[in-house]
Design a protein around this ligand. Structure first.
Ligand code: SAH
Length: 503
């Protein structure tokens, strides 16, 4: 890909609504010029050496003129670069993408257009409003509400729009809602006609205000609706009463902090988002694998001597398999051993390497593993406990107590990640903070302290009694403790707490 400009739609805000093509192009681009209203994380896949430039409006402030953006596109394109112009929604729907394409044609720069999911249709859909409907609306008009209808030279024919036989979807109109509604009523549209205003559509904070043409401006003002928002006028707006779905997701409107290390956070974060939560990732620890040398290398060398091999975390399981691979070994190295996993997550990680664990307690805590290992003969045999450098000694001590010869090796360290000021502020807005291990609690409290913030006001959710104990030792109040000590168990407990709060 060289010497081309791609006018790319990034969709309305939900990262899942970016097209596959848009992600491919972001990943390959030499330069990316983007607006403010692009999904969070939209640029995560960009190359580390890509030239990323924000060319959108500063809220209430200065912005690059359209002419300057056009010139920049032409300039970068003529240098032979692959340039992505990334815009909210669809580039050709009120995105000024048409003008940019014209400028590129004039300059002889090759370009492609990648359509995006437009907010007028998507925000409505996420609010339970189909913009067309067999019985209710056979046409839909996308209208800019940006123009002040009181302006004498308005480009819009308001009487014609009032007479339009179908749904009106107004972009950019929140500030002019009073005048727009008046114009439409003056043009013959019924004051009782249903209207829905959708703010931050498809985003975790999505809000909808419903009303009629006659009262919607007042209702939107009372609710404090602010851009970005779209306004849907027509009988379809009423279907929301039956079809609204996003608000019914169990964690809709809740902000949940995930404190796990980034490498492990995605599963939990994904599950919470799918349930409607706004997820804030504040990784306060990072996993640093130990090099395969010393004790660890020695244990790998003689892995065949162990009658029992115990893994105490999914990360540990993954790293042990990697260490085997690094030494030219594979799953067969464990053929003779009883393999024990501390819980289902760890067992799943082993399964990825082709190993079915022999012992898996349901509750992922050391005490449960010790109990499950009771029938396994260990006396006079060698056992390996492969784990993080910082861990409790319950398991090795129990095995030694039963006469096993135990080697304990550290596969990785968990090190502190500082919390940015921004992240600390977001934690202050959260409804829930989740903890999946004692070390996340400790590092989280330390990181908040370094930022000069006190303990969070949010309800704290812990994966199990050990994690809760650490939290309480540090003076935190644990509101929710999972009954099953894995990620699904934690999510289940959180959802139950939200339901119990009745809000
Ligand atoms: N090209 C974009 C529109 C850009 S104009 C598209 O196709 O969606 C900017 C306007 O789009 C905003 O003023 C608002 O009316 C609308 N908009 C963009 N994102 C939105 C969102 N997430 N929810 C509601 N409206 C949105």
């Amino acid at each position: 890909m060289s010497g081309k400009v791609f006018l790319v739609g990034a969709g309305p805000g939900d990262p899942g609504l970016m097209t596959r093509r848009s992600l491919e192009l972001v990943a390959a681009a030499d330069a990316i010029l983007h607006d403010r209203l692009i999904p969070s994380g939209a640029l995560d896949g960009a190359r580390a050496d890509a030239d990323l430039r924000y060319v959108g409006k500063q809220p209430g402030g200065h912005s690059m003129t359209q002419e300057a953006i056009n010139e920049l596109l032409v300039e970068l394109g003529s240098r032979g670069l692959a340039v992505v112009r990334l815009k909210g929604g669809d580039p050709f729907v009120f995105g000024r993408g048409g003008e940019e394409a014209q400028a590129l044609v004039e300059a002889g720069i090759p370009f492609e257009v990648v359509p995006g999911v437009t907010s007028g249709v998507a925000a409505a859909a996420y609010a339970g409003v189909p913009v067309t409907h067999r019985d209710e609306a056979s046409a839909v008009a996308l209208v800019t509400g940006h123009e002040d209808p009181e302006k004498p030279d308005t480009a819009l024919d308001w009487p014609a729009l009032a007479a339009f036989p179908g749904t009106l979807v107004l972009y950019m109109g929140v500030g002019n809602l009073t005048a727009i509604a008046e114009r439409l009523i003056a043009g013959g549209r019924n004051g009782d006609e249903p209207v829905a205003v959708v703010e931050r559509g498809t985003l975790p904070g999505q809000r909808t205000v419903s009303g009629t043409l006659a009262d919607i401006a007042k209702r939107a003002t009372e609710a404090g609706i602010r851009p970005p928002a779209i306004t849907v006028v027509g009988p379809v707006a009423l279907l929301r009463e039956r079809l609204a779905w996003i608000e019914r997701r169990p964690l809709h409107g809740r902000t949940v902090v995930v404190t796990r290390a980034r490498a492990q956070a995605s599963g939990l974060a994904g599950t919470l988002s799918a349930l409607g939560a706004r997820v804030i990732e504040t990784p306060v620890i990072r996993i640093v694998p130990r090099p395969v040398e010393g004790d660890l290398a020695a244990a790998i060398e003689r892995i065949g001597d162990y009658a029992l091999v115990c893994l105490t975390s999914p990360t540990g399981a993954a790293l042990l398999l990697e260490a085997l691979r690094a030494r030219g070994r594979d799953a067969r190295a464990l053929a003779g051993a009883t393999v024990a996993a501390i819980g289902p997550g760890t067992a799943a990680e082993l399964a990825r390497g082709g190993i079915v664990a022999d012992v898996v307690p349901e509750r992922s805590i050391a005490e449960a593993l010790v109990e499950s290992l009771a029938p396994v003969p260990v006396e006079g045999r060698r056992a390996l406990v492969a784990r993080p450098s910082e861990a409790r000694d319950v398991l090795p001590e129990a095995l030694e107590g039963r006469g096993a010869e135990v080697d304990v090796v550290a596969l990785y360290d968990t090190v502190a990640e500082p919390l940015t000021g921004d992240a600390a502020r977001l934690v202050g807005e959260a409804d829930y903070v989740t903890f999946t291990s004692s070390s996340t609690v400790r590092h989280f409290v330390a990181a908040l302290g370094q930022n000069g913030s006190g303990p969070p006001a949010a309800r704290l959710v812990s994966i199990g009694p050990i994690t809760s104990g650490t939290a309480r030792e540090l003076g935190l109040e644990v509101a929710v403790e999972a009954e099953r000590h894995d990620i699904d168990g934690l999510v289940e407990a959180l959802v139950r707490d939200v339901e119990a709060s009745g809000a």
